[in-house]
Write a new protein. Structure first.
Length: 128
């Protein structure tokens, strides 16, 4: 059975069904992604942090801990995604920022500002 991180999250947070039947499922369990998904919610962030601190524990024990301690409830959140790489390149070139610095200020810069930066950085030439 091929399981996605969302199947594990649903099992731990909502359905409370134990979907780790054997060694194959235990190897598919990704504790990092499960903990990341749990970190988006106020009532599960501390449990996710404890599992991050105890990353040396085997997958079955981590999964059982989360399965038994989290109260059943539907939890939905949008996962954080990286910004548009083309916009990041414009910000980096315009301000001379590193990747980390450009990503930290990307939320502060509007689409109109990006257009202005592109026009200033335009080097000319033919577009084909």
């Amino acid at each position: 059975m091929s399981s996605s991180p969302f199947d594990w999250l649903k099992s731990v947070t909502h359905s409370k069904d134990d979907i780790m039947f054997g060694d194959a499922e235990e190897k598919q369990y990704n504790s990092f992604m499960t903990n990341r998904g749990l970190s988006y919610h106020q009532d599960t962030v501390l449990l996710a942090n404890e599992m991050n601190r105890a990353s040396f524990i085997d997958s079955r024990m981590q999964y059982d801990f989360l399965l038994k301690t989290i109260r059943p409830r539907k939890r939905f959140s949008k996962w954080h995604k990286k910004s548009n790489p083309a916009e990041m390149e414009v910000i980096k070139e315009y301000y001379g920022y590193s990747d980390a610095k450009a990503e930290s200020v990307a939320d502060l810069i509007s689409a109109d500002d990006i257009k202005h930066m592109k026009s200033v950085l335009s080097k000319g030439g033919k577009k084909r």
